[in-house]
Ligand binder design. Structure first.
Ligand code: ADP
Ligand code: MG
Length: 347
C-alpha cells in the first residue's frame, strides 16, 4: 500500500472493489472451470458433471434489522438467497455450510430459532447442512452461508452466453420485497417515536413475506427443463432488475432494451409504492431482494415461453453500442442506471 494514495470505497463501489482485489489472481488448477464473476463458481466434478459454489454474508444492521426480522425467517432467508445463486446457474443445490458470529446478547434459544429456519429451508429445498463455523462477535450477528450444487456440464448457464436479439425474461413479479422493507421501516419509525403505538402491518402480507421469507425459484429450473428451454444467460435478481441487466450485458458484451409496460408488478406493490410516493418502476428496477430469475432465450424459444404465467418477456438484447434502455409507457427511451444495492454506495 503506497502512503500517498487513498481511494475511498464509495468512489469505486462494490464491483469495482471486487475487480481491483481479484484481478491479480490467475487460474492454477484445471478443475476450476469458472471462478469469479458469475452467480456461482463452476468446478469440474467428473466427465459429465460440475460442482457449483456460491457464498453470501448476511450482516446485522446491513442486511437485516432484528427489530422486525424474526430469527426463524432470517435463518430461512440466509439459506434461500444462496440457493438462488445455484439455481441461477441452472444447477441443483445439494449442500450448505453455515458460519455464524454471535455476541452473548443472544441466548441459546434465539440461535436455535435461527437454526429452526435454516432447517426448514433445508427440508423444503432438500439440502444437507454439512458444516460451518461458530465464533463470537463484538457487534452484531453475522451469518455466512456457502451453497454447493451440481449440474450437468452442458446445462450450466453463464451470464456470458446471450446473443443479440435474445429475449429477456423475468420470473414472478418484482419490487415486493423492497416495498415490504419500506413498510417495515415505516412502522419501525412510528414505534421509535411512540412505543405505545402497535405496528400496523395489516394487508401487507404479500410484501412482508417477500421481504422476510423469500423463496428461490427451484420451480422455474424445472419448468425450463419441462419446456426444453436452455436459457442463453441467467442471473438471479438480488440487487434490483437494472443492476442484473447490466451484469448480463457486461457478461455477454451486449446492450439491452426493456419495456416499462412489460415489467411484472403485483397490484398491491404498485398501490403501496404510490402511497409511499415511490415510482413503481423504481421499485422494480432498483429494489432488489426479489430472488426471481432473469434470463435470456433465443427467439426460436418465444412460443415455448409466451403466455407462461410464471414468466414475463420484458425486452431483448441489442448490440453493445445501442446501450441499455427502458422504453416508457409514452414510448420514450430512458437510459438505465444500475442503482441497485451496492454495499459501499449506501442507499
Ligand atoms: P451475487 O450477487 O450473485 O451473490 P456478488 O455480486 O456477491 O454475486 O459477487 C460477484 C462475483 O464476485 C462472484 O463471483 C463472487 O464470488 C465474487 N466475489 C465477491 N466478493 C469477493 C471477494 N471478496 N473475493 C473474491 N471474490 C469475490
Ligand atoms: Mg446472484
Amino acid at each position: 500500500m503506497s502512503e500517498d494514495k487513498r481511494t475511498e470505497l464509495e468512489t469505486i463501489g462494490e464491483f469495482g472493489l471486487i475487480d481491483a482485489l481479484t484481478k491479480g489472481f490467475k487460474k492454477k488448477n484445471d478443475s476450476t472451470i469458472f471462478g469469479i464473476g458469475d452467480d456461482a463458481a463452476v468446478i469440474n466434478r467428473d466427465d459429465k458433471n460440475v460442482t457449483l459454489v456460491s457464498t453470501d454474508f448476511l450482516i446485522e444492521g446491513i442486511h437485516f434489522n432484528l427489530m422486525y426480522t424474526p430469527l426463524k425467517h432470517l435463518g430461512y432467508k440466509s439459506v434461500v438467497v444462496n440457493l438462488s445463486d445455484i439455481y441461477a446457474m441452472n444447477g441443483r443445490p445439494e449442500q450448505i455450510t453455515v458460519s455464524i458470529a454471535v455476541s452473548n446478547r443472544f441466548p441459546k434459544e434465539a440461535l436455535e430459532e435461527l437454526y429452526d429456519g435454516i432447517k426448514t429451508a433445508c427440508d423444503i429445498y432438500n439440502i444437507d447442512l454439512i458444516g460451518g463455523d461458530t465464533t463470537s462477535s463484538l457487534s452484531g450477528l453475522v451469518i455466512s452461508v456457502t451453497a454447493l450444487g451440481t449440474a450437468k456440464k452442458e446445462d450450466v448457464v453463464y451470464r456470458s452466453g446471450a446473443k443479440e436479439n435474445d429475449l429477456l425474461v423475468v420470473t414472478g413479479d418484482l419490487g415486493a420485497a423492497y416495498m415490504g422493507l419500506q413498510v417495515l421501516e415505516r412502522e419501525k419509525s412510528v414505534y421509535k417515536a411512540n412505543p405505545d403505538i402497535q405496528p400496523d402491518l395489516d394487508g401487507f402480507d404479500y410484501l412482508l413475506e417477500r421481504q422476510l421469507k423469500p423463496e428461490a425459484r427451484k420451480d422455474v429450473i424445472q419448468f425450463l427443463k419441462d419446456l426444453d428451454v436452455k436459457p442463453t444467460s441467467m442471473i438471479d435478481v438480488s440487487d434490483g432488475l437494472a443492476s442484473e441487466i447490466f451484469h448480463l450485458c457486461k457478461g455477454s458484451d451486449l446492450g439491452a432494451q426493456i419495456y416499462d409496460e412489460k415489467l411484472p408488478i403485483d397490484t398491491k406493490v404498485s398501490m403501496t409504492a404510490i402511497d409511499f410516493n415511490i415510482d413503481p418502476a423504481t421499485c422494480i428496477l432498483n429494489g432488489g431482494e426479489d430472488y426471481e430469475l432473469l434470463f435470456s432465450v433465443a427467439q426460436e424459444d418465444f412460443d415455448k415461453i409466451k403466455g407462461n404465467p410464471h414468466m414475463s418477456i420484458i425486452g431483448h438484447f441489442t448490440s453493445k453500442d445501442a446501450g441499455v434502455y427502458m422504453i416508457d409507457k409514452q414510448g420514450a427511451a430512458i437510459k438505465l442506471k444500475a442503482q441497485g444495492w451496492d454495499s459501499f454506495r449506501g442507499e
